[in-house]
Ligand binder design. Structure first.
Ligand SMILES: NC(=O)c1ccc[n+]([C@@H]2O[C@H](COP(=O)([O-])OP(=O)(O)OC[C@H]3O[C@@H](n4cnc5c(N)ncnc54)[C@H](O)[C@@H]3O)[C@@H](O)[C@H]2O)c1
Length: 254
């Protein structure tokens, strides 16, 4: 699908991978609704990108707020592309040092944001896309964001790894389910990217994380994620697949 003139929606668009995706889509001629939390830098991000971007504050796990965000894309035309980046980590051990079981609330919170939030965005965006006329052979493209932790979750990543594995599992079934509507679904599974998510780590830790990547031996750049998102939107044969974007990194147990 061509990007010029289409309406797109990017969640988590105030920061990191989402922000880079919003910038790239606008550069390529799309008009983008940035969805992020009200406390985020969404409004200033949209201002910095220019009149082809608009910020709508919403929590991706909230039905009404997310529905309103999807409706807000109408100002830019029929919704054709979604890049869903909103998500977060959060360490949890199955047992703490004293042998007590890990917090169920903590586990549920991360699964709710990463996995239930992805389904919420997927279903609401798909419902909107399905109503539009086809553009050539397709109606729209939805890109979800997993992580290589879906495959090689490290110790302490149990809620994150299992929520991201759920997104990988969702991808093919969603592509099959929405095929008759002309809507494609793909997922990007990033390795380690230099975003505000990693900002709390000291520089030497970031450097050693980068050095652990076989080639290129550095952290990924958010623009590289955005480049793949753009390609997925453009290439009609990409569907139902999770693509690792990780410089051949395979994470160790810790
Ligand atoms: N950075 C990495 O190394 C890396 C690696 C693998 C996967 N990922 C995944 O990529 C995605 C983006 O990560 P990032 O590094 O850009 O993180 P980031 O923290 O820079 O950006 C995430 C954005 O999501 C927003 N967000 C959080 N909860 C939300 C909610 N309930 N509703 C709406 N917006 C919400 C945040 O406000 C933030 O702006 C996440 O799903 C993350 O798990 C990142």
């Amino acid at each position: 699908m061509e990007l010029k003139g289409i309406a797109a929606l990017v969640t988590g668009g105030a920061s990191g991978l989402g922000r880079a995706s919003a910038e790239r889509l606008v550069e390529q001629g799309a008009r983008v609704v940035i969805v992020d939390l009200p406390t985020s830098a969404g409004a200033e991000t949209a201002r910095a990108i220019g009149p082809s971007a608009k910020f709508v504050a919403a929590d991706v796990t909230n039905e009404e707020q997310m529905q309103a965000a999807v409706e807000a894309t109408a100002e830019f035309g029929d919704l054709r592309a979604v890049v869903h980046c909103a998500g977060r980590g959060g360490a949890l051990r199955i047992l703490d040092k004293e042998g007590n079981p890990g917090s169920l609330d903590h586990y549920e919170g991360i699964v709710r944001l990463n996995l239930v939030g992805s389904f919420n965005v997927l279903r609401l965006a798909a419902a909107r896309m399905a109503k539009a006329e086809a553009m050539g052979e397709e109606r729209g493209v939805i890109i979800l964001t997993a992580s290589i932790a879906a495959y090689e979750g490290q110790i302490g990543q149990i809620p994150y790894a299992s929520s991201k594995a759920g997104i990988v599992g969702m991808t093919l079934v969603a592509a099959r389910d929405l095929a008759s509507r002309g809507i494609r679904v793909c997922t990007i599974a990033p390795g380690i990217f230099d975003t505000p998510l990693l900002a709390r780590l000291p520089e030497p830790v970031k450097a050693s994380l980068g050095a652990s990547v076989p080639n290129p031996a550095r952290l990924g750049r958010p623009e590289e994620f955005a480049l793949l998102a753009e390609h997925i939107i453009r290439n009609p044969m990409l569907n139902g697949e999770t693509i690792r974007l990780d410089g051949a990194l395979r994470m160790a147990p810790r």
